[in-house]
Design a protein around this ligand. Structure first.
Ligand SMILES: Nc1ncnc2c1ncn2[C@@H]1O[C@H](COP(=O)(O)OP(=O)(O)OP(=O)(O)O)[C@@H](O)[C@H]1O
Ligand SMILES: [Mg+2]
Length: 508
């Protein structure tokens, strides 16, 4: 098969105060799955956006088969066979249109001159794109709004390959997927390499995935490429991490011993979230980190949001220090000293149009006020502290959050609540999309919260994280709690067993 290469020569990209790419020389050929790894803010998405035509201000050269091309618009990139699927799938889809229309969107827009659309052939072409991917569980007549996130991703991949596609960029595609959905995506990615001879650029912070599926990898650090190698059976996540961070790194997180106090937060028979939380009971002691385990879709996020008042409660009660709490909306939750770091932080967790400093004090502005005047000095001091403690990569605390890399936005969302004075801190998948170094920083800060005598509820699909940071774990399935486990006495297998619906006797 004909081999096509895409490369860069001394590509740089500068934002005000940030050199996001510094003379990058990179090359990829069709028929390979190539990982791009690096810490949050290393420049991965920026480089991918250069290829995709969304960073027209780059300097240096992009070359296709050694010939310079000017990738200054997304349309130019697409016409030259470079396609990208972003993690925020919804922004690229029209929810009220069918799968077929969404797959054929580019063609439809281009062929609208005569305003005559041949629906039969649109559906046929869309079905063909899905067939090429061996996808059988999506009907082309279904409206996109009725699809799962994983299915929407498939629709976008189908759209990419039904146009000219030699290079497909997937920027953190697996972060929101369940294990089975990830497996299905990997099957499709391999299919694209084998039958279609497509090159895939794959970004992920889950390094075991990189070893599982990629042929080669490139490590970025501070806007530069620091390493490039094939993946062999000898390649280890440890060596990749060390190249990413530029130092040796111990991945194990030793849980600190914390004095556990009395039971002070209690949830009794809680139901709500439109039927997705059913009769949930659990408790948290002072100084305790309590895990909520379960697969994607088990109801963990719904439970977190019901506790925080974002979803309607239909039954049960929540007690703090023996007093029943009235929480019908997030404002009441905050007033009752309950904090939530939500999963979809870019949508719900941060104000992207505001500065880093503002976001880091937004959850507790009154703390920084004297007689309703905001004390700028205190706000800045607080912001500087969290930028340092969480390693938030930003030129200054005055930077707008929307200009930060994805993982650094997540760190701001976490830091925002760490600064608040609350009794109960709920974290919903706080480490999704953050690099291994930042993950440990977040763990340390969560430990500090517990050490100060507060309670932590930590919801996550990553059972190894739950095992390293929590004291006890409740396992959810179908909106209910299946088991209560003591972390020191359990393991991944036992958690998995309850996650798929086995029920244990619970002592409450
Ligand atoms: N529009 C922008 N304005 C200013 N700075 C930006 C902008 N976009 C990105 N940056 C900066 O460029 C650098 C590289 O960001 P990029 O998004 O490429 O990182 P990344 O490697 O994808 O990180 P992550 O793993 O967190 O997604 C970061 O320091 C980021 O803050
Ligand atoms: Mg990124």
């Amino acid at each position: 098969m004909e081999k096509i290469t895409l490369s860069t020569k001394d590509v740089s990209m500068e934002y005000p105060g940030v050199l996001a790419l510094n003379k990058v020389n990179f090359e990829i050929s069709t028929g390979e799955i190539h990982a791009i790894v690096g810490a949050n803010g290393a420049g991965k998405s920026t480089l991918m956006n250069v290829f995709a035509g969304s960073n027209p201000g780059y300097t240096g050269q992009v070359l296709l088969n050694g010939k310079p091309i000017e990738v200054r618009t997304p349309n130019f990139a697409k016409k030259h066979g470079i396609q990208i699927v972003y993690q925020e799938v919804d922004t690229a889809l029209v929810p009220s249109l069918s799968v077929a229309e969404n797959i054929m969107l580019n063609d439809m827009v281009m062929n609208m001159k005569g305003s005559f659309l041949d629906w039969g052939s649109i559906r046929k072409a869309a079905s063909k794109a899905l067939e090429r991917l061996h996808i059988t569980n999506i009907n082309v007549r279904t409206l996109v709004q009725n699809l799962t996130l994983a299915q929407k991703q498939m629709v976008l991949i189908a759209r990419a390959i039904q146009s000219e596609c030699n290079f497909l960029i997937l920027d953190e595609p697996t972060a929101p997927l369940s294990d089975t959905e990830t497996e299905e995506l990997f099957r499709i990615v391999k299919q694209l390499r084998e039958s279609e001879n497509i090159a895939i650029m794959f970004i992920s912070h889950r390094l075991h995935e990189v070893l599982q599926i990629c042929d080669s990898y490139t490590v970025m650090r501070n806007g530069e490429i620091v390493h490039n190698a094939p993946i062999t059976p000898e390649t280890s996540t440890k060596e990749i991490v060390e190249k990413m961070l530029g130092r040796s790194f111990e991945e194990n997180f030793p849980k600190e011993k914390v004095q556990i106090g009395e039971k002070f937060f209690e949830v009794k028979n809680l139901s709500g979230a439109y039927g997705k939380v059913n009769d949930v009971s659990f408790y948290v002691k002072k100084g305790e980190i309590v895990g909520i385990a379960g697969l994607v879709g088990a109801g963990k996020s719904e439970l977190c949001k019901t506790l925080f008042g974002s979803y309607k409660k239909t039954g049960g009660a929540v007690y703090l220090n023996g007093k029943e709490l009235k929480i019908n909306n997030p404002a009441q939750a905050v007033k009752n000293r309950i904090a939530l770091v939500p999963e979809e932080r870019r949508k719900e967790g941060v104000l992207v149009q505001e500065t880093v400093a503002f976001n880091l004090s937004a959850a507790c502005l009154q703390k920084f006020c004297t007689m309703s005047f905001v004390q700028k000095g205190k706000v800045n001091e607080n912001a500087e502290r969290f930028v340092k403690d969480l390693g938030i990569k930003t030129p200054s605390i005055k930077q707008l959050v929307r200009n930060l890399s994805g993982g650094n936005q997540q760190k701001v969302a976490v830091g925002k609540w760490l600064a608040a004075d609350c009794d109960i801190y709920i974290f919903d998948e706080p480490t999704k999309g953050v690099d291994v170094g930042a993950k440990q920083d977040i763990f340390h800060l969560i430990n500090d919260i517990a050490k100060a005598g507060n309670g932590v509820v930590y919801a996550s699909c990553e059972n190894n994280e739950l095992l390293s940071i929590t004291d006890r774990i409740y396992v959810m399935f179908g909106g209910e709690i299946m088991a209560e486990l003591v972390t020191a006495d359990t393991n991944e297998d036992e958690i998995m067993n309850y996650s798929v619906g086995t029920r244990a006797a619970i002592s409450n």
